[in-house]
Design a protein around this ligand. Structure first.
Ligand SMILES: Nc1ncnc2c1ncn2[C@@H]1O[C@H](COP(=O)(O)OP(=O)(O)OP(=O)(O)O)[C@@H](O)[C@H]1O
Length: 595
């Protein structure tokens, strides 16, 4: 609560610093608006009283006051709203949104991108980040609307304390509408699954991949029928609830109208015969009629202010999580300029957050400087996890990864990343030009057309890139008016991206050729071997290749065989075959399958 208040205050101050003039103007509008409609009533009373007393100046002042207050009520409220929306929007887009993106991207590890509970929180913040900025305004406005309600009641009390009873009848429609609103929300929640399904089926219908299958199978009509059913089911639930909510609302309004008329009748009976009562009557009618809206605004904005807490909580979590991981990472030590000893995995264990199974289980191995190391094993044996630990995308639960004797945890994360290159199994498909998509592998070198070409050459992508309509300037993906690539071509672009750094200390290839045909895979792997041998001289670079295909990695200097997160064998291809253990059995199995 206190922490939320601090964020609200900070958000409001951001608006103030960003646009002090507009913020001040908007605040003035809110303040003026808070008293305007009570002043309309007072002005009209002055007019009526003035006409009874034949007091011309009272009539003029009253009419002018009422007219001004009425204009303010109609216009200034809207202007204040527009100004606030403008400032909130600008601060959201220029300050808070980028901060959220930085916090999401700036976390060293990727746990928050792989855990569904973290993703849910990030999703809420990203979708409703404007509410963080609006939260300060919502609190101010909620307070001002309560003051506005108080002012209206105070004015009514000057006529007769009896009229305070109008507050009760003004609350009744609100409660009934709230009840109807809750039914609507329940209905929306009940219809959410059908809506999701409906959107998903519609997206499938226009998805190029599914589109092919649906055409071949002739299943498009069937799919659209299912989509329509889902839509109708969702619509029926919501429309029914809307109808019920309207009935509750009509009932509430009727009660308010009856109570209001009752209050006026009482007032008339109390003041019957008194000529001075005309002004009071007009004031009671004007202010009383608006009372329900005053209550509604006060409640709505209070709910808004309270509802912002739903976004403020994950927003604070994201900031603290980011700050916490940054503090853990610290400024860190610089990685060595070249590896002399190598990387040692010392009794490393790791369990993914939210799971209880060890993905890497007490693994110890030495990856000598300059070595080409292959990591092999069956599905789910922990190969990619090992690679992520080397890239510092996760930290071991126990044990340590040592780089030339220094714990990887003590190395500066950004500097370590700058000293390595990686192509991952689930590589990114950047919808950019080829040159950008490759160059982003090393932002420092992405302006060099030569380096981009060299990376493309190393990845074996030169031939297909040269055939593209604008070569390296070709836009990728038809979504942006460019060309669509095959799976294998996308993978070659990702590989080229990983080749942008000329002298990395660690070069990681996690299943870099899974989408490629066997000859392409072989050619690329050989190119990598050549490259790995070339770069190891300069920096003692270690190349780690993860692969399912044992034949591809037979030329590696060291092969690590994983099973259920454990290292079960290690050695060269020849030594492992001679050992006739797990590696030999799997190699044999694959050789027979390919034969
Ligand atoms: N993000 C994650 N969250 C939870 N568990 C995970 C996550 N990623 C992997 N795992 C689990 O960790 C274990 C090791 O997975 P990993 O991806 O390292 O295996 P792998 O050998 O690379 O498999 P593959 O050859 O299929 O890529 C598996 O049991 C997997 O289900």
């Amino acid at each position: 609560m206190i922490a939320d208040l601090a964020v609200r205050r900070e958000s409001f101050l951001r608006c103030w610093r960003h646009s002090p003039g507009l913020t001040l103007l908007s605040l003035c509008c809110i303040a003026l608006n808070s008293v305007s409609f009570a002043v309309v009533g007072l002005g009209l009373r002055a007019v009526v009283d003035g006409s009874i007393r034949a007091d011309f100046s009272a009539i003029v002042v009253g009419a002018a006051g009422a007219a001004a207050a009425y204009t303010i009520d109609l216009v200034v409220g809207q202007i204040g709203f527009e100004l606030r929306t403008h400032v909130v929007g600008r601060v959201t887009l220029t300050e808070v949104q980028p901060e959220v993106m930085r916090a999401t991207m700036g976390v060293d590890t990727i746990e928050h991108l792989e855990r569904s509970d973290y993703l849910d929180r990030i999703g809420v913040v990203r979708a409703e980040v404007w509410r963080v900025v609006d939260s300060g305004w919502a609190a101010i406005e909620a307070f001002v609307f309560v003051v506005r309600l108080g002012a209206a009641l105070a004015v009514l009390a000057t006529v007769s304390p009896l009229l305070l009873g109008l507050l009760v009848v003004a609350v009744v429609p609100l409660l009934l509408e709230w009840h109807g609103g809750r039914r609507m929300r329940d209905a929306e929640a009940a219809a959410a699954e059908d809506r999701r399904l409906e959107r998903h089926l519609l997206a499938l219908a226009i998805d190029p991949g599914a589109g092919k299958e649906l055409r071949v199978a002739g299943a498009a009509d069937r799919l659209l029928r299912r989509q329509r059913q889902a839509w109708e089911s969702a619509a029926t639930t919501v429309v029914r609830a809307r109808l019920v909510a309207s009935l509750w609302s009509a009932l509430g309004w009727s009660i308010f109208a009856l109570g209001f008329i009752g209050g006026l009748v009482l007032l008339v009976r109390q003041t019957a015969g008194s000529p001075a009562a005309g002004g009071d009557l007009v004031l009671a009618i004007t202010v009383g009629a608006q009372l329900r809206f005053a209550v509604e605004q006060a409640v709505e904005r209070s709910i808004d202010a309270g509802g912002a807490a739903l976004v403020l909580a994950p927003y604070r979590w994201l900031r603290e999580y980011h700050a916490g991981t940054a503090a853990r990472g610290g400024p860190g030590l610089a990685p060595p300029a070249r590896l002399t000893d190598g990387i040692v995995l010392d009794d490393v264990s790791f369990t993914y957050p939210g799971t209880d199974r060890l993905a890497v289980d007490r693994l110890s191995a030495r990856l000598p400087a300059g070595a080409i190391v292959a990591v092999v094993g069956e599905y789910g044996s922990g190969k990619s996890t090992l690679v992520k630990l080397l890239a510092k995308l996760y930290r071991p639960d126990s044990g340590a990864v040592r780089v030339d004797g220094t714990d990887l945890a003590d190395l500066d994360t950004a500097a370590w990343r700058a000293a390595m290159s990686a192509a991952f199994q689930d590589f990114g498909r950047y919808r950019t030009t080829v040159a950008e998509g490759v160059g982003l592998g090393d932002p420092a070198g992405m302006d060099s057309a030569e380096r981009i070409r060299a990376a493309i050459r190393t990845a074996g992508a030169e031939e297909f890139v040269d055939r593209l309509p604008q070569g390296t300037d070709t836009m990728l993906s038809t979504q942006f008016g460019g060309v669509e690539l095959s799976e294998g071509q996308w993978q070659k672009v990702a590989l080229a991206r990983a080749c942008m750094r000329a002298q990395p200390l660690l070069f990681v290839l996690d299943e870099p050729t899974a989408s490629l045909d066997a000859p392409s895979e072989r050619a690329i792997f050989e190119a990598y071997m050549t490259r790995a041998r070339a770069i190891r001289g300069g920096t003692g670079a270690i190349t780690v290749v993860v692969s399912h295909r044992f034949s591809t990695v037979a030329g590696a200097d060291l092969i690590l065989v994983l099973e259920a997160g454990r290292l079960v064998e290690s050695g060269t291809h020849a030594s492992l075959l001679a050992r006739a253990g797990r590696y030999a059995a799997l190699y044999d199995l694959q050789a027979k399958a390919y034969a």
